[in-house]
Design a protein around this ligand. Structure first.
Ligand code: NAP
Length: 549
């Protein structure tokens, strides 16, 4: 299909990214709506997060049966996951399969990074420029650039001086790397660091872990796929997906109890033990509903986790260092692990406290701490995180109405309506954008919901001889206030450094980056907006469309 006047546009929609979001957006808009679409990805293939994050141990931490597309019944019936929580290679194979199945690649320019996205008020079009020096004009721009795709720049100097090899978990080389016999250092103990450390400890000649803030890591509970369970899941997939979409985090869990404080210590412990053994996010999200809201409730689970850590680590001083304290469980994104704590029982693994003795710099020989101690290394792994949620959007140099940059609009933190669009940036959709449930909603479902919403909006516009949608300033202001209020009701602001709050990046405004009302409340709000004929949005016609009418 083409819009009413195509003389000045190259494509109806430009899609940025070819991960979970970009793949589905191409299929939905091109194959279902009949739009002329073009997608770009800086990578050499599809996969997004799962293309870049190839570090040893990279693995999904939501059960694969749930962390997958739901939009095509045949696809979910035919795909077989070999494990409960699959590794990176298998998820990438799945995304390649989906791209083949829906012939997505013919609409994607790979190895092409978007460097500018500029709105033309007079023409009502976006101009998208790339690092190949090309530019394309389109009516709609859909960002599927991800939430955790721009690695944090190291906030200590000297990385370029290091004489050994430096690897970034978020941009890991494609070739096989050998760590046997080498002195390896890992900086960072978030989800990426914890997964990488557990694997690297098995092969490295010596592993030094530089830990600033210990994490509340709990068992993932991975296992090979049980054929009986798989058959049951496939037979009930529709009901499972429905239940997932009704759940706070987008998982079909149903056993959460109201309050950790409303039961006896014995009953509480029984629940914690059950969820700990069953693994995944059950302890976090399917034990007691007040864990993220009530400090006293949170203390009960935090104590429980600390106790379990101490049981698993032989050396009491190392165990004490690994036990998180001073911030509530769940206010930093909880990592899931396999044999992480046992890694520290190996003679070849050392834990270094860089909170007490901070990293001064990387030297040609290794890592030097503030007190002058130098740890000599052959390889340095940076698992230092991402400029989350806003970073991928700001990296594209987006300029909206009246030449106003998104960076200016967001100088004090993100301003969005529904975490999907921003006032002054018409026809720009940010899939799983800041202030949407995004990372607190099973990502493939969050992505599908956003793309379905924007596709429906484009159909609505088309049916009403319109082609421009933009949130009102008032709707945006209310949404920002609402998301901030929701965050204030939780313990999240109590975390000293958490990318949920943007405060893992020096100088980044400390604002909540995710919607904390849960997926069902968010979905209900979106339904209400649609039922109100896109309540909170201005819908208009571009000059070309009006002239053609
Ligand atoms: P992260 O959670 O932000 O962890 C970064 C780590 O680097 C933290 O331990 C941080 O310490 C440390 N760090 C940063 N700067 C430092 C410095 N100057 N000195 C010492 N330590 C420093 O990042 P991530 O591990 O890459 O995870 C980010 C998110 O990606 C996760 O929360 C998750 O949502 C997603 N992820 C998911 C999976 C999965 O299983 N599906 C796997 C990996 C990642 P502080 O805490 O003290 O700041």
């Amino acid at each position: 299909m083409a819009t009413a006047s195509t003389s000045h546009i190259d494509h109806d929609a430009i899609i940025i990214g070819a991960g979970f979001a970009g793949i589905y957006a191409v299929h939905k808009l091109r194959d279902e709506l009949g739009l002329d679409v073009l997608a770009f990805d800086a990578a050499g293939g599809v996969g997004g997060t799962w293309y870049w994050n190839r570090y040893p141990g990279a693995r999904v931490d939501i059960e694969s049966v749930h962390y997958s597309y739901s939009f095509d019944e045949q696809l979910q019936q035919e795909w077989h996951w070999t494990e409960k929580f699959c590794g990176q290679a298998e998820i990438l194979a799945y995304l390649n399969h989906v791209a083949d199945r829906f012939d997505v690649r013919r609409s994607v320019r790979f190895n092409t990074r978007v460097t500018g996205v500029t709105w033309d008020d007079a023409e009502t079009v976006w101009t998208v420029t790339t690092d190949r020096g090309e530019s394309y004009r389109s009516r709609y721009v859909i960002s599927g650039a991800g939430t955790l795709s721009v690695p944090k720049q190291p906030d200590f100097p000297g990385v370029d001086d290091f004489a050994g090899e430096v690897y970034l978990t978020g941009n890991w080389p494609h070739e096989d790397l050998a760590f046997a016999g080498k002195r390896v250092g890992v900086i960072g103990v978030g989800s990426s660091g914890i997964q990488a450390i557990s694997e690297l400890a098995k092969t490295a000649g010596h592993l030094t872990v530089f830990q600033r803030t210990p994490n509340y890591a709990t068992p993932i509970g991975n296992a090979p796929t049980d054929p009986g369970e798989q058959a049951r899941n496939k037979a009930n997939y529709r009901a499972i997906r429905d239940a997932s979409r009704r759940h706070f985090l987008g998982l079909p869990y149903t056993e959460v109890q109201p309050s950790a404080l409303a039961v006896s210590p014995e009953e509480r412990r029984k629940v914690f033990e059950d969820r700990w053994e069953r693994g995944g996010f059950r302890l976090f999200i399917d034990s007691f509903a007040d864990i993220l809201f009530d400090k006293a409730a949170n203390d009960t689970v935090a104590d429980y986790i600390r106790e379990r850590i101490r049981e698993r680590v032989t050396d009491p001083a190392t165990a004490a260092l690994l036990a998180p304290k001073g911030y509530p469980y769940g206010t930093k994104r909880p990592p899931l692990e396999t044999d992480y704590y046992e890694a520290y029982n190996r003679d070849t693994v050392d834990l270094v406290d860089v909170k007490a003795n901070r990293i001064d710099r990387v030297t040609p020989r290794g890592v030097r701490l503030a007190d002058g101690t130098e740890h000599e290394l052959d390889c340095l792994v940076l698992a230092t995180g991402f400029d989350a949620c806003t970073g991928p959007l700001l990296a594209m140099n987006i300029t909206g109405r009246n030449g106003r940059a998104l960076a200016e609009h967001w100088a004090d933190g993100p301003q969005t309506y529904l975490g999907l669009m921003a006032a002054g940036f018409p026809n720009l959709f940010m899939i799983t954008g800041p202030q949407s449930p995004s990372v607190l909603y099973n990502m493939p479902l969050a992505i599908e919901d956003h793309i379905d919403f924007l596709a429906e909006a484009i159909i609505y516009l088309r049916e009403n001889d319109l082609d421009v949608i933009e949130p009102t300033v008032g709707a945006e202001r209310e949404w920002v206030a609402h998301t901030n209020e929701l965050a204030q009701a939780t313990l999240l602001p109590d975390s000293p450094t958490s990318w949920y709050m943007g405060n893992n990046i020096p100088g980044k405004p400390r604002r909540v980056l995710v919607y904390l009302g849960g997926a069902p409340a968010y979905r209900a709000k979106c339904d209400e907006v649609v039922a109100g004929n896109y309540d909170g949005f201005d819908l208009t016609a571009s000059r070309t469309l009006a002239a053609a009418a």
